[in-house]
Design a protein around this ligand. Sequence first.
Ligand SMILES: O=P(O)(O)OC[C@H]1O[C@](O)(COP(=O)(O)O)[C@@H](O)[C@@H]1O
Ligand SMILES: [Mg+2]
Ligand SMILES: [Mg+2]
Length: 326
Amino acid sequence: MQRLIPTLRRDQVDEALISVINTLQICAKEISYRLHQGELAGVLGSTLDENIQGETQKKLDVLSNQLLKDILLECKHVRAIASEEEDGIVDGDESGDYLVAFDPLDGSSNIDINSMVGTIFSVLPTPKDGRSGPDMFLQQGTQQVMAGYVVYGPSTMLVFSTGKGVKMFTLDQTVGEFLLTRSDITIPAHTQEFAINMSNQRHWSPAMQSYVTDLLAGKQGPRGKNFNMRWIAAMVADVHRVLCRGGLFAYPWDSRKPDKPYKLRLLYEANPMSYLIEQAGGKATTGLERIMAVQPTDIHQRVGVVLGSADEVETCLEYHTRSGNE
Ligand SMILES: O=P(O)(O)OC[C@H]1O[C@](O)(COP(=O)(O)O)[C@@H](O)[C@@H]1O
Ligand SMILES: [Mg+2]
Ligand SMILES: [Mg+2]
């Protein structure tokens, strides 16, 4: 089975980027080890702090963030990092060619129940126009040179793309190395499976409500087929399932908190996952436009997300278009 670094060299990935990916996989192994020790490592539970988004931080959110930050900033190719758990960006090496944005621990609510969580990352080129600070990160998702995630499940998997398809590596615990287990991932265009937090249904836009109502109507409804539903409550795990067997994943606009109508973050969650989904032949939209075409205006910005099997995403968009994209 192929090891990580030789696989990247075969794909002619540039050495600086290989070094960034290598740094990320070192962090992943460290986080994976702590997670698998679970309660024994004393890392479960919450802290008394909130992050910039007003969410209570879990001990593992803080620990994973610190690990990624410390190790990435030691890599001379990293110009700066931005994290869901940091107020602002943190500068690295002035001459670094890459910026790394990450969600250190995705699916935090799953930590204490020993369910799937992950780490999501996105690598952007350092702009050469003299920009500094957070502005460096305000690039469209189409500019990403690499994106991926680590899913800490029954096995730990590293899934990423450098623009040449999606590859999946599995951590071999016996030798401590990520080995290539699947490549050229392709998402089927059709699906009969969707993932959405149904408890928010009454807060969605009329278009989204009517789309999901028709899915639930099954064979007797306008879609003429039955759909299955799954919700792991960790985007990383739900998107992993979509990459493995197709499906539609959505966290759409909702009216619960008018000042915070979206849940998922553009830089740390939506863009990297969209990059993978598109690399695997799927589609990723906000409900209005391609996610990777959104021009970020703030590093912590949030967006609506509808992604997955191409034809199903298109169908969902038709409901939005018909209702005038309200
Ligand atoms: O609480 P809900 O509505 O099920 O939301 C789950 C969603 O929130 C998230 O957990 C947000 O990510 P964080 O855990 O990094 O804050 C997503 O991974 C997931 O899709
Ligand atoms: Mg997250
Ligand atoms: Mg998180």
